[in-house]
Ligand binder design. Structure first.
Ligand SMILES: [Zn+2]
Length: 361
């Protein structure tokens, strides 16, 4: 089984720490099992077909994973849409929620708190309900109503008025007496669930794609995909790593600024309002790692204007993909991705992260 450690100071963490208790750095996992194609449970139609390569015991699942991969234009296999919005609670967050809550449940945790304005909170609420855990989800007062309804349907919704950091303060203050802060931004057990997206793409395409385009807020999805493909490469299953492209709205684009300036770490930005509410993260927890993962594979980061992402949302809907505006940023950035790739052979995959049903109109 995988083991938590602190990459910054190597102080051994407690198993339920959400960050290093000595230096405050984000924790990581070591001794993860290698990817073993022979150990795939082909009869399991969920992300747990890769259980042997995850290093976490399945405890809480609603059957995330094995989402459809569909050509953007029928008959044209150059651009694909990975329909992560078809996961059980309507977003890609479910893969990480399944590994994180499974780990916490295996440690005897029965009560969690999380802060979120959207998909992560809805995912945590519904999975905790299914797994028999108590969950309280802290949200800002301007959180999208479609998402807060999904949270309140399954868990205790706590609306925190005032500046955004009040939400964080209130959430942490509630993480006492055995209640655990189950943070999708901080906990590395969340990221390992996202590796299964890479493994599925390899199974569905029969090879690694040339490029993957994903919206980025914390960047945990991109990191998980990068680690998943690295595991395939280390196992000798693929001979190239896909190029990774992060897309952010103009309203909040710390990765784009850092990629353009060459900085090793993103400078914090103050998020402005945007319909791409899933990516409004001004200070990503693992910013340096996300930038390094993009650079390692000669990827890039692009920002998208508000009009362009709304236009792309409508274009995707007219192609049958009813996604939230955050997800549509990938299509808006596609021409720039294609130009940056310069005709590299192989398909491009757009990750459609969230369902349009939960998005504000
Ligand atoms: Zn430390």
């Amino acid at each position: 089984m995988s083991v938590l450690y602190c990459p910054a100071c190597d102080t051994p963490p407690d198993p339920l720490d959400w960050r290093c208790h000595a230096c405050g750095a984000p924790l990581e996992l070591r001794d993860q099992p290698p990817f073993a194609p022979g150990a795939i449970h082909a009869e399991r139609w969920s992300m747990w077909r890769y259980a042997a390569s995850l290093g976490v015991e399945q405890r809480v699942t609603l059957g995330a994973g094995m989402t459809a991969l569909v050509p953007l234009h029928p008959g044209d296999e150059s651009v694909w849409v990975k329909c992560e919005y078809l996961n059980p609670t309507g977003s890609y967050k479910d893969r990480g929620t399944e590994t994180l809550l499974s780990y916490l449940a295996s440690r005897g945790v029965t009560s969690v708190v999380e802060e979120s304005s959207g998909n992560a909170g809805a995912s945590m609420a519904q999975y905790a309900a299914h797994g028999g855990l108590r969950a309280r989800i802290f949200v800002p007062e301007n959180a999208p109503p479609g998402k807060t309804r999904a949270i309140a349907a399954a868990a205790e919704l706590v609306v925190v008025p005032g500046p955004r950091h009040y939400v964080n303060d209130a959430c942490l203050a509630a993480a006492v007496d055995g209640t655990i802060y189950a943070s999708h931004g901080w906990n590395p057990y969340w990221i390992i669930g996202q590796q299964t997206l890479a493994w599925e793409l390899w199974e569905q395409l029969g090879a690694a794609p040339a490029a993957i385009v994903t919206p980025a807020g914390q960047g945990g999805l991109l990191l998980g995909i990068a680690r998943g493909f690295r595991a395939l490469h280390a196992a000798g299953i693929i001979d190239r790593l896909p190029r990774l492209y992060a897309v952010q709205p103009w309203a909040c684009d710390p990765f784009v600024r850092a990629i353009e300036s060459g900085a090793a770490e993103p400078e914090p930005v103050i998020a402005q309002r945007s319909a791409a509410d899933g990516t409004l993260v001004g200070s990503p927890v693992r910013g340096a790692q996300v930038l390094a993962a993009i650079r390692e594979v000669n990827g890039w980061a692009f920002s998208v204007a508000e009009d362009d992402l709304l236009n792309a949302r409508d274009r995707l809907a007219r192609r049958g993909f009813y996604v939230e505006p955050t997800s549509a940023m990938t299509l808006a950035a596609l021409p720039r991705v294609q130009q940056h790739l310069g005709g590299a052979d192989g398909p491009i995959v757009l990750i459609a992260t969230g369902n349009g049903l939960k998005a504000p109109s």
